[in-house]
Design a protein around this ligand. Structure first.
Ligand SMILES: C[S@@+](CC[C@H](N)C(=O)[O-])C[C@H]1O[C@@H](n2cnc3c(N)ncnc32)[C@H](O)[C@@H]1O
Length: 245
């Protein structure tokens, strides 16, 4: 068993809202904008093709899935999705939405101690998707050092469940000082940081413009990034790849 962290009071309050079927909480967790879902899914799909030579994803782990809106669209391009959240209320809703669909496993687990979950500890994943995961995006911890230590330990646990050449994608808007940032000491030694600090919304059109040439797309995205900073908080995409042994 790995260490267990106390659940943040804001997450407990959110879980109460899910359990009471609070429509506002469900709406906040629902990606109503279909184009955003497409865009958010396009990048992982593209990156997988790019880094894995078009190898089909077998096992996909969705961390902090909330009510499970992304789960079914993800399932359309992978064999199996393992989707979990710490909030039992969100998991209940996700189970109703994704009920009976083969290849979708929905369960409750703590994403900061993923190895305590049998479903996670007993599988290897080609893709681990950490999208807007609270402990990576909120000031949940007593200090920045504590946040970094906890985030680092979680990444280590996830990297231990990655297949060789498997991808771990962290995708989030960074608004607070404890938000995850991939400084070299945070990256597990068996992983390589393939991509960081590019606004995914901007990267997608450039990938298409440059005929899916990731290096060129990254170069032009970087040129345009200062303009995005003026527009508000940047969305970050960090791509880690498990090294082949
Ligand atoms: C902003 S939502 C993101 C939902 C989804 N990943 C997305 O991108 O639309 C953050 C989710 O993280 C979950 N969460 C917070 N702490 C967690 C933990 N320790 N383990 C697993 N999930 C957690 C919350 O319950 C919430 O559903």
């Amino acid at each position: 068993m790995t260490k267990q962290y106390p659940i943040h009071e804001k997450v407990i309050a959110l879980d109460e809202q899910y359990k009471n079927r609070d429509q506002q909480a469900i709406k906040n967790s629902t990606l109503l904008d279909a184009s955003r879902i497409c865009q958010d899914l396009y990048l992982p799909l593209f990156l997988t093709e790019y880094f894995s030579n078009n190898k089909r994803i077998r096992n996909f782990l969705e961390v902090g899935s909330s009510v499970g809106n992304l789960t079914l669209p993800i399932r359309s391009f992978v064999d199996r999705v393992f989707s979990f959240d710490i909030c039992q209320g969100a998991i209940d809703i996700s189970k109703e939405t994704n009920q009976g669909i083969p290849g979708i496993e929905v369960f409750q687990a703590d994403g900061l101690s993923p190895l305590n979950s049998n479903a996670i500890a007993s599988h290897l994943f080609d893709f681990i998707y950490i999208r807007e995961f609270h402990p990576f995006t909120r000031n949940f911890f007593a200090s920045l050092d504590e946040a970094k230590a906890i985030q680092k330990e979680a990444l280590l646990a996830y990297s231990s469940r990655l297949e060789e050449n498997g991808l771990m994608v962290i995708y989030q808007v960074n608004t607070v000082d404890q938000a995850f940032r991939p400084s070299p000491e945070m990256i597990p030694t068996d992983c390589k940081l393939e991509l960081a600090y590019y606004d995914p919304r901007l990267l997608s059109p450039f990938i298409q413009l440059f005929r899916r040439n990731l290096k060129l797309a990254c170069f032009f995205t970087k040129l345009f990034q200062p303009l995005l900073r003026l527009r508000g908080y940047p969305t970050y995409l960090f791509v880690l790849r498990k090294k082949a042994s």
